[in-house]
Each structure stands twice: as structure tokens, then as C-alpha cells.
Write a protein that binds this ligand. Structure first.
Ligand SMILES: Cc1ncc(COP(=O)(O)O)c(C=O)c1O
Length: 369
């Protein structure tokens, strides 16, 4: 925890006593969301769960997920993976391509402490990983990322993927374990269409896995799905593991994408000015709450006509006059998207029944990747 941390000495305080702005986790709601995901993914679908930590960050959350049945975690950056390994997580999937020799060497060095599988989607990238593995005298396990329709990274499904699999298999210092696909393009669809789209995206992944096996390539890991898709993707036969992570917090974006989880993560702000009966200024703006994928929503202030976020201010225009909110009163927000909100904070205040139980650091949130 940084020495300057605003709330590091807040254990035992009521939520309303926190210094604001403060990122707050309702630990009981979080644990119920974890239990929901573990029960569906592991219990009902019989799959492994490797929750994505790109938005959760705090290593204590990874440790809890593992205790709840996760096999390990998914990370977006080498720095996140390093933090997880430091915290004792031994099974990690780095679901992004790491470029640059120095960073690839960091990924290679992690292999001495844990299994850190890397996504890859090109021979050029495999060469970077191979060089790093040979230099560090380790083997880097990889899975091929397939483009299952999102149009981001990923090799084309079918024969191009098999051809790249053959390249990976021959590459020194590389161990091919399987495939992954992230069907992020289907988040926006209504439930029926999403189900159809999930079926087709997951089918492309699973059929390519079958082609791998026919060719003698390993496909023991077939990994996919996020918090806005796992309910429709996980039931498709042939996957082995699910990456969904952010649903343990939930937020207005996941709600929009069809997830009915509790809002476990909020941002606590405080009223700093009341210029008129319909206007409320709070001490949290876009440096505190992201509006990527949608604006946050203040709780308990009545109907909101508009919300403008400047750097340090949230400027709320109420639909009706409200004289009860006074300067200094707390106002809590549900994030529009937790993934892009957590990374704006140094610490997460963990609350049980409204009392601070712990304060966790948020590693890997800023420039270090
Ligand atoms: C590779 C990958 N897998 C899974 C996900 C879903 O993550 P989450 O469940 O946290 O929304 C994402 C989201 O961006 C992703 O990039």
C-alpha cells in the first residue's frame, strides 16, 4: 500500500467515514457473485474457470477465486501476471500477445515460478517468445488465439490456425497446449441472437480444436468467454475453460450485456458544492470513474437529468429539487464499467456490513505493463 494511501488506516471505520473518492467492494456481494459464476461454470457446465483479472487487479481477489474452485487466473499484461505469481497463483493465462524482447524475457523468467501460458497468433510473435525462452533457458507454453469474429487479434479459424499450430509445434522453447477465442463482438446482441452468435463463434473454435487433434497437435486447452457471454458460450460442447472475470463485480455494462449479478463494486464520493436545489457537485470526476462503455450512476439521489464528469468533479443535475443532500454527504456511484474504473485507483476498500474490513492495493493498474 502506498504511504500516501488515503484510506490505509481506515479498518473498522464506517463506509461514510472513508476519505473520498474511494473504491469500495461489498465483499459479501462479491463472494455471492463468485459463487454464482463457479456454480455455473464448474458445477453446471463441468468446465475449468480461469477468471480474467484485467479489471479486478487485486491479488486477494485471485486468491479468493482459486479457493472458490478456479484453476488459476487470466491476465492481460506481464505485470499483472508477475503480481499474481508473487501472490502464489501458479496457473496463469496471459491472454494477450507480448511484444518486445525485454518484456518477453520477463514472461520467460516467470516460467521458473509458475505456469504462465501465453496467447499467440503469428509466426513473428512466436519467434519473439522462442528467442526469450531460449535466452532464459525455459519453455513458454502457448495457446493460439483465434479470431472467432471480433476482428481484433487472432489467427483465422480452420486451416490457417492449423498451419500456425504446426509452426508453433516446431518452434524451439515453445510448448503448444491448445487454443483460445474471445467472442467480445457478441456482447451487444439480445439474448436469442447472442445465443446463436455464441454457438457459431464457439463452434469455429471447437472445430479448429478438432482439426488440431486430427493433425496430431495438442488441443487440451480450449479457452473462451467473458462475463457478458459465458452464460451462452460455456454450454457449447468442446470448451475446456472459461475466462469470465469482471462479473464478480458486475456493473452497468455487464447488466446491459445481460448479466444479473449484484453490484459489488461502487465508488464513494462526497458532495463538495450545492450551487442550486437541482445541482450536486461531488469530488469524483473522470479521474475517478470511467465513462467507457457508459456513465456511472449515483445511488439514492433520486432521478438524474444529467451527469457531467470533469477531471475532479461529478456534476449532477437532478430532475427534481433536493434540499436534503448537504455539502459533506456521501454519494455512491455504480460504475459504468468496472474494468476501466478500478485502474484509476490505488486501493480498494473492502467492506462487510458497511464497515471497512481490509484495504487492498491495486497492482498493475498504470503505466507498468
Ligand atoms: C481475452 C479476453 N477474454 C475475456 C474477456 C472478458 O473479460 P470479463 O469477463 O472481465 O469481461 C476479455 C475482455 O475484454 C478479453 O479481452
Amino acid at each position: 500500500m502506498p504511504a500516501t494511501s488515503a484510506n490505509s488506516q481506515s479498518i473498522g471505520l464506517q463506509k461514510s467515514e472513508l476519505e473520498t473518492p474511494a473504491l469500495c467492494l461489498d465483499i459479501a456481494a462479491y463472494q455471492r457473485n463468485v459463487a454464482r459464476m463457479a456454480s455455473f461454470i464448474i458445477g453446471q457446465c463441468g468446465l475449468k474457470w480461469r477468471p480474467h483479472m484485467k479489471g479486478q487487479k487485486a491479488v486477494e481477489l485471485a486468491q479468493h477465486a482459486v479457493r472458490a474452485g478456479a484453476i488459476g487466473v487470466t491476465c492481460a499484461t506481464v505485470y499483472e501476471a508477475e503480481a499474481m505469481v508473487d501472490a502464489g497463483v501458479s496457473e496463469i493465462l496471459l491472454a494477450n500477445q507480448v511484444a518486445g524482447d525485454r518484456k518477453a524475457r520477463r514472461l520467460a523468467r516467470l516460467q521458473r515460478l509458475a505456469t504462465v501460458i501465453s496467447a499467440t497468433d503469428s509466426a513473428a510473435h512466436l519467434e519473439i517468445l522462442s528467442r526469450a525462452a531460449l535466452a532464459e533457458q525455459v519453455t513458454i507454453p502457448v495457446i493460439l488465439e483465434l479470431d472467432v469474429g471480433m476482428g481484433r487479434c487472432g489467427v483465422v479459424c480452420g486451416k490457417p490456425a492449423v498451419d500456425l499450430g504446426l509452426v508453433a509445434e516446431r518452434m524451439p522453447g515453445i510448448e503448444l497446449l491448445g487454443l483460445m477465442g474471445w467472442e467480445g463482438h457478441i456482447l451487444k446482441y439480445d439474448p436469442e441472437e447472442k445465443k446463436r452468435q455464441a454457438q457459431s463463434a464457439m463452434q469455429a473454435l471447437v472445430e479448429t480444436a478438432a482439426m488440431f487433434r486430427k493433425e496430431g497437435l495438442r488441443a487440451e486447452v480450449v479457452s473462451a468467454a467473458g462475463s457478458g457471454t459465458f452464460l451462452v458460450s460455456a454450454p457449447v460442447a468442446g470448451l475446456t475453460e472459461i475466462q469470465a472475470g469482471g462479473g464478480v463485480f458486475s456493473d452497468l455494462s455487464y447488466q446491459k450485456w445481460g448479466l444479473e449479478h449484484e453490484f459489488a463494486l461502487t465508488v464513494l464520493t462526497r458532495v463538495v458544492s450545492r450551487p442550486s436545489p437541482t445541482r450536486v457537485l461531488v469530488d469524483g470526476g473522470f479521474k475517478t470513474m470511467s465513462y467507457c462503455h457508459g456513465y456511472p450512476e449515483p445511488l439514492g439521489v433520486g432521478a438524474v437529468k444529467s451527469l457531467v464528469l470533469s477531471a475532479e468533479h461529478g456534476n449532477i443535475e437532478l430532475a427534481e429539487p433536493n434540499d436534503s443532500l448537504r455539502v459533506g454527504d456521501p454519494v455512491e456511484f455504480v460504475p459504468g464499467y468496472t474494468d476501466s474504473t478500478v485502474c484509476l485507483h490505488d486501493e480498494m476498500c473492502v467492506l462487510r456490513d458497511g464497515v471497512v474490513e481490509a484495504v487492498w492495493g491495486i497492482p498493475g493498474r498504470s503505466g507498468r505493463r
